[in-house]
Design a protein around this ligand. Structure first.
Ligand SMILES: CC(C)(COP(=O)(O)OP(=O)(O)OC[C@H]1O[C@@H](n2cnc3c(N)ncnc32)[C@H](O)[C@@H]1OP(=O)(O)O)[C@@H](O)C(=O)NCCC(=O)NCCS
Length: 180
């Protein structure tokens, strides 16, 4: 599907938001609105968002917010039809490179406990489970009397270490579509 296509990763623009939100609405039970993405793009000092375009069509996006020497990954999402083609990896790699540029050593994120695919995805990048936030997601349909789905908090330390660089290089080499 990607062979012969032009694949590009670039900073998210305000003009990308409408297309991004269409994907967001398909994927997430509590999608971010256009206004939330606009708010994020206005935080030019600490928030960074990227999109992947295949032949000018947005197929994925991701973002990170920095506070001190910590980065919080807010979202990584790939259009259903384009998954398992390393697009998510290219996006996460870009966020981690951004963290290295910003001298941000520790990265955190939350995901739904039921999201085994994302768990595997982040583990590939060396993220480990720090703990659970109980009942964090109130939008998941759960049995009566249950408050909400737990979030798994994951982290990776010292993304600038030599060991971690080696891990990233292996992932970088595995992304078959060259410079993005
Ligand atoms: C998680 C997500 C971003 C992964 O994107 P992707 O482009 O399909 O991922 P990649 O092709 O780069 O996969 C990288 C690695 O993740 C893991 N992975 C990805 N999809 C997987 C699946 N369906 N089953 C098991 N492992 C999987 C594998 O380890 C994979 O490496 P491999 O292909 O060498 O086995 C994508 O599935 C998605 O958008 N999910 C919905 C949104 C979401 O859950 N986001 C994360 C929480 S915010």
């Amino acid at each position: 599907m990607l062979q012969g296509s032009r694949i590009r990763i670039s900073p998210m623009q305000f003009s990308d938001i409408e297309e991004v939100v269409k994907i967001e609405r398909r994927i997430f039970p509590s999608p971010w609105s256009i206004e939330i993405f606009e708010e994020q793009l206005n935080r030019t000092d600490c928030a960074f968002y990227f999109v992947v375009k295949v032949d000018d069509k947005i197929v994925g996006y991701a973002g990170i917010i920095f506070t001190g020497d910590e980065g919080h990954i807010t979202n990584v999402a790939v259009n259903e039809n384009y998954r398992r083609r390393k697009i998510g990896s290219a996006l996460l790699l870009r966020l981690i490179e951004m963290a290295q540029d910003k001298r941000s050593r520790h990265l955190f994120l939350e995901l739904r406990k039921s999201n085994k695919v994302a768990l595997k995805f982040y583990e590939k990048f060396g993220f480990q489970i720090l703990g659970l936030r109980r009942n964090y997601y109130s939008d998941t349909c759960l049995p009566v009397g249950t408050a909400g789905e737990d979030a798994v908090v994951m982290f990776v330390n010292n993304v600038s270490s030599a060991n971690y660089q080696d891990r990233l290089q292996i992932i970088r080499d595995s992304i078959g579509f060259g410079e993005v």
